[in-house]
Design a protein around this ligand. Structure first.
Ligand SMILES: N[C@@H](CCC(=O)N[C@@H](CS)C(=O)NCC(=O)O)C(=O)O
Length: 201
């Protein structure tokens, strides 16, 4: 088993999907949560001078989505065929679009533009849910997981987006709430969610 260190700030942010993969696969790793004050002196030692970074037996991998996919391939969470992997990617990129849509809500400082940004995001929320529901219903009638018969990275990426629904007080459709419950009821995921550090973001 390789030795893993995952470097990120003390936040869910861009590292949480990797943490969920480790949890789902039952793999031990060092969850290095860098304090803001320590970051400037660590920055130059990280490829691309940003985090998350996954260190695998001393070799550092940057870019959260590369890390997620590396781990998903390693632990059988990236679909069983090339087509299933493409479907996993479709969900992950859809989740990424959701994060791109939510980002301006956190960064916009101009009070007049804030309402505009919020409206744009709120208009996108049902579009996002419909896109995820479409993936679910195409996969065996919508009572299982998002791709193939078992859990994949796609479900974990979707689960990560549910954190944002909670923090924004948004409601999932019944079908997506049921999917979320199926994912969260997996014992390893349930244990992880109960024990993970409580962070704002
Ligand atoms: N595309 C990169 C973006 C990485 C990134 O922007 N990381 C931020 C934290 S979310 C960071 O390290 N910021 C500190 C800095 O750039 O000094 C990824 O997905 O990993």
């Amino acid at each position: 088993m390789p030795s893993y260190k995952l470097y990120y700030f003390n936040a869910k942010g861009r590292a949480e999907i990797s943490r969920l993969i480790f949890a789902a696969a039952g793999i031990k790793y060092e969850d290095v949560r860098v304090q803001g004050a320590d970051w400037p002196k660590l920055k130059a030692s990280m490829p691309q001078e940003a985090m998350p970074v996954l260190e695998v037996d001393g070799k550092k991998i940057p870019q959260s989505r590369a890390i997620d996919r590396f781990l998903a391939r390693e632990y059988g969470l990236y679909g069983k065929t090339n087509m299933e992997s493409a479907c996993v990617d479709v969900v992950c990129e859809t989740v990424s679009d959701f994060f791109t849509a939510i980002l301006p809500l956190m960064t916009e400082k101009d009070e007049t533009k804030k309402a505009e940004v919020l409206k744009k995001f709120m208009d996108f929320v049902p579009v996002y849910m419909k896109r995820i529901e479409d993936c679910l219903s195409k996969n065996g009638g919508g009572n299982g997981f998002l791709v193939g018969p078992s859990l994949t990275l796609a479900d974990l990426a979707f689960l990560r987006s549910c954190d944002m629904f909670d923090s924004r007080g948004l409601k999932l459709t019944d079908k997506l709430a049921a999917l979320r419950k199926r994912i969260e009821d997996l014992p390893k995921i349930r244990d992880y969610l109960k024990s993970r550090p409580v962070t704002e973001m």
